[in-house]
Design a protein around this ligand. Structure first.
Ligand SMILES: [Zn+2]
Length: 354
């Protein structure tokens, strides 16, 4: 991965964006895409929409959601400990002893989730068991409520501590690879297409509020009114211990983008994606999804009179934890595959399934 692309990815991963608090990350996206996008706009909902070849009549939309799961400050008790409300699908089991950052108006404030020492736990507590978020407290080192309230407002957003750890074989670890990896791919595809002659207008959307109900892609698809819409989001890798092989389709990190199949996917777009992967010698994986995807492809497909929807999955281990893991090569290959697909759309391409 080239240096400036990698820097962009790392900037995304270290910028907080709990659903509803996406302004900061949209500024990062804007800073990167403005050098190659023809148009960059933020709509009233907060989606950032970057376009190229925008005079073309036919439109293609790519969506990668910029929001991440996180927290909001719910209350501060007399001793100065903070309670959190979850934003999106938080796995409370990974909260004890986590490092937390509260993003206050005055800047980031560090805290830790406390945990009763093992020596003081009852036999029942030692067994682990369910973590109730209402019983979780964040310690920011404040002496009392007043001191905490001088620094924090009720409703401030918070996240697990952000950062990136690099592992072997091009693997990266970060709390919000879901879906900053997909957002990265959407914008990289736009960059890869920016100097090509296209038969379509291409819009890459940094969509908001996916984690709380697939909301940003809904409003963006309405305003862009695309013929084809592709969501790029993480998908579950199966290459770690504990998963029953009888229950999952194999999916490996580093084995390429995942082309989703099923009722949420337009079969013509899907087969053209497969064709482009083969033609360009990009490794790919297939994933059956017999229902409706829990990502932006869902609202995109049923926008207005219907859209030819598809979804590219980026293999991801440990989803919705602080140690989400992806392979940089899969991100690069996903952007390449999408760029090849967009460039392959001819004046007579017809995506109606028939
Ligand atoms: Zn996601």
């Amino acid at each position: 991965m080239d240096k400036s692309s990698k820097q962009f990815l790392f900037d995304l991963l270290t910028t907080p964006s709990p659903s509803g608090f996406e302004q900061k990350i949209q500024r990062v996206v804007k800073g990167y895409v403005k050098s190659f996008a023809e148009t960059v706009e933020v709509d009233l909902h907060g989606n950032l929409i970057a376009g190229i070849n925008t005079k073309a009549k036919r439109r293609v939309m790519l969506a990668g959601h910029c929001d991440q799961i996180g927290f909001m400050v719910k209350s501060i008790n007399k001793e100065g400990y903070i309670s959190l409300a979850p934003v999106g699908g938080i796995d409370t089991g990974v909260m004890p002893a986590a490092h937390i950052t509260i993003w206050t108006d005055k800047g980031p404030l560090k805290g830790v989730v406390g945990r009763k020492a093992i020596h003081l736990q009852s036999a029942e507590e030692r067994g682990g068991g369910k973590v109730d978020i209402d019983k979780v407290w964040v310690d920011i080192g404040a002496k009392n409520q007043k001191e905490a309230e001088r620094q924090i407002q009720i409703g401030d957003p918070a996240t697990f501590e952000l950062g990136v750890t690099e592992l072997g074989n091009d693997l990266v670890v970060s709390p919000a690879l879901d879906d900053k990896s997909g957002l990265f791919v959407a914008m990289e595809c736009l960059r890869l297409c920016a100097k090509s002659k296209l038969n379509v207008a291409l819009y890459a959307v940094s969509s908001v509020q996916e984690e709380v109900g697939l909301r940003g892609a809904k409003t963006a698809a309405y305003s862009i009114d695309p013929e084809i819409g592709i969501a790029i989001d993480v998908t579950h890798a199966s290459d770690y211990p504990g998963l029953d092989p009888a229950k999952v389709t194999p999916c490996k990190l580093g084995a390429g983008p995942v082309i989703m199949r099923g009722p949420n996917i337009n079969p013509v777009v899907e087969s053209q994606l497969v064709m482009m992967a083969k033609k360009n010698k990009i490794k790919y994986q297939l994933c059956p999804y017999p229902g409706i995807l829990g990502n932006d492809a869902n609202p995109i497909q049923v926008s207005r009179g219907g859209v030819a929807a598809a979804s590219i999955g980026i293999p991801n281990r440990y989803m919705h934890t602080q140690v989400e893991t992806c392979c940089l090569k899969d991100l690069e290959d996903s952007a390449k595959l999408l760029a090849a697909f967009v460039k392959s759309i001819g004046p007579k391409s017809d995506f109606r399934p028939q």
